[in-house]
Design a protein around this ligand. Sequence first.
Ligand SMILES: Nc1ncnc2c1ncn2[C@@H]1O[C@H](COP(=O)(O)OP(=O)(O)OP(=O)(O)O)[C@@H](O)[C@H]1O
Ligand SMILES: [Mg+2]
Length: 145
Amino acid sequence: MSATLCKKEFYVQKFDFQHAGKAASDVRKLLMDYGYEQQLVRRVAIAAYEAEMNMVIHGQGGTLALEIDFEYIQLVAEDNGPGIPNLQLAMQEGYSTAGDEIREIGFGAGMGLPNINRCVDFLGIQNKPQGGTIVTMQVSLGAEK
Ligand SMILES: Nc1ncnc2c1ncn2[C@@H]1O[C@H](COP(=O)(O)OP(=O)(O)OP(=O)(O)O)[C@@H](O)[C@H]1O
Ligand SMILES: [Mg+2]
């Protein structure tokens, strides 16, 4: 059985580097307020940040939805960008399609998705038929990683 304790949605604008990271920071604050332990909050916040940045840079912006349940904390990043044509490649450390302009400002190391994978207990990536990506991430509560 599961029950939702909290649901919240954050909007992420494409190429808005001034506010990029705000959604992840809000997620972190909210989880701290709920009293979750620091290590767990850190894992969720890293996953949120990487997913947020991917929507800013690659996904034409999108939404980051947080759901806190008794059994897990879930993040769903959904955008209407181009999608990820080769998921296996995208999951490899160091693989990035980011251009020079993005690399010049410090992104595009190809570490975001592998980083998310290390932080969460479940990672699911779906391409939407009409274009766009849905990244579902869950961190289990109660079990240490
Ligand atoms: N939301 C998305 N929409 C479209 N493509 C994406 C999305 N997220 C990731 N990708 C693709 O997957 C690749 C790998 O993503 P990943 O986050 O691992 O690296 P990166 O964003 O390129 O670099 P870094 O995260 O280290 O700044 C990206 O370069 C991009 O091609
Ligand atoms: Mg990234």
